[in-house]
Design a protein around this ligand. Structure first.
Ligand SMILES: *Cc1c(COP(=O)(O)O)cnc(C)c1O
Length: 410
């Protein structure tokens, strides 16, 4: 190989990058944080016993309730999503209780594995990584549980690994149609604040989410909301521990809401993120996510024409508005594509997880994301497919642009 820079066209092209500039983080969490959120955190700490923090906690709790669409007060945990999973389970279950997990990717089963670790009996209603949970299958399984041994049903709204969106109201209706009183527990980590969620109207007993995805805030905060029924069952729950305990967190003093020192700077960031979200309007945010997801899907649809890559989720209406998971066949190809996009172009794509691990990639489009970010990301993916010689249908980005131009009128 040629040793001297510049003396060979090939090696010059190989060394070349177009990476300097703003890096695009297209992984499904943590997501891109707005500059306003970053600067809101850049300030000294304040008193935790009196003053503005007290009002900020109240206002954050009230706005979180508006996101969950519940009349009840959520709980804030200084933890990632896994912490909120544990909080949800330990507050309502006892050792030996049976839990039904609705599989549609990796996250509900992860939540179930945690329940198992806590001493619950876990049954997985098997699903596939290519489709959403079937509400009829849930109804049938619960109808067969005549003794009512199943105490809780765990499901995710968006599974970030498979890229599926489950029909949460339909599954809730199926549980009620079966006449079963299992607690309906929904993980909205990768969907809250990005698409409709109606805790009370959909009959959800426990909803949980975290700060670092649609809520555009650093990882480290998570949220749990409980229905009146869940709060009642909580009184008898055997798995309760002092740190996660709802009753303890309902104490009068402000510090009890955090079971200790408030995570002030994360709260400053979240406060600003929520301010931005309510200024845009939730319906406008949901529509922005729907449109940007549609643009991503148009591009992937076109690239898929050559057969080398394709959606992990078969039906378009079951594809999430927040993340798109893409299969890419070929040994080591997805790793090379991820590497090319990152090191050459400054776009960080999500690696594939679980069943798709090493055989695909993910494009996140949730939270602080707009048309140039999505088009830039898609453009870089298409550039990578071309540079690596991956057979793909031509014109994916063009199709995405056409979709956006149709959806967003002059
Ligand atoms: C990211 C994610 C989680 C886990 O959150 P952590 O903060 O990583 O613990 C749980 N559920 C879903 C659907 C997620 O996308």
């Amino acid at each position: 190989m040629c040793q001297h820079r510049g003396s060979s066209k090939t090696s010059e092209a190989e060394d070349m990058t177009v990476r300097s500039g703003r890096e695009f983080l297209a992984i499904p969490g943590p997501t891109t944080m707005p500059d306003e959120v970053l600067s809101a955190m850049h300030r000294p700490a304040i008193d935790i016993y009196a003053g503005p923090l007290i009002g900020m906690t109240d206002s954050i709790l009230a706005r979180l309730a508006l996101l969950f669409r519940t009349a009840r007060r959520p709980y804030i945990y200084i933890a990632n999503g896994h912490g909120a999973w544990e909080a949800a389970l330990t507050n309502v279950l006892s050792k030996g209780d049976k839990v039904l997990v609705l599989e549609s990717g990796r996250f509900a089963t992860g939540w179930g594995a945690m329940a198992q670790g806590l001493g619950c009996e876990v049954e997985v209603l098997a699903g596939e990584w290519s489709r959403a949970v079937r509400p009829e299958a849930v109804a049938a399984r619960l109808a067969a549980d005549r003794g009512g041994s199943i105490k809780a049903v765990l499901v995710v709204q968006v599974d970030t690994a498979s890229g599926v969106v489950n029909d949460i109201p339909a599954i809730g209706a199926a549980i009620r149609a079966a006449g079963h009183d299992a607690l309906y527990c929904v993980d909205a980590v990768a969907s809250l604040g990005c698409m409709p969620f109606e805790m009370d109207a959909w009959g959800i007993d426990i909803a949980m989410a975290a700060s670092q995805k649609g809520l555009m805030t650093p990882p480290g905060l998570s949220f749990v909301a409980a229905s009146a029924r869940a709060r009642e069952i909580h009184k008898q729950a055997g798995l309760r521990t002092p740190y996660w305990d709802w009753t303890a967190r309902e104490g009068e003093e402000h510090y009890r809401k955090y079971a200790g020192t408030a995570p002030e700077h994360l709260l400053f960031g979240l406060d600003k993120a929520l301010e931005m979200m309510f200024a845009e309007g939730l319906d406008a945010i949901f529509e922005r996510h729907r449109i940007l997801a549609a643009a991503v899907q148009e591009a992937v649809e076109v690239w898929s024409q050559a057969g080398t890559l394709g959606f992990s989720i078969n039906t378009s209406r079951e594809r999430a508005p927040t993340v798109t998971a893409i299969r890419l066949d070929g040994d080591g190809l997805s790793a090379r594509l991820l590497d090319y996009c990152h090191t050459k172009c400054g776009v960080v794509l999500g690696r594939a997880l679980g069943d798709l691990s090493g055989r695909g990639f993910r494009i996140a489009h949730m939270g602080h994301v707009n048309a140039p970010m999505v088009l830039g990301t898609l453009g870089v993916v298409e550039m990578g497919l071309q540079a690596l010689g991956v057979p793909h249908g031509k014109g994916g980005v063009s199709a995405a642009i056409s979709r956006l131009a149709r959806e967003v009128e002059a």
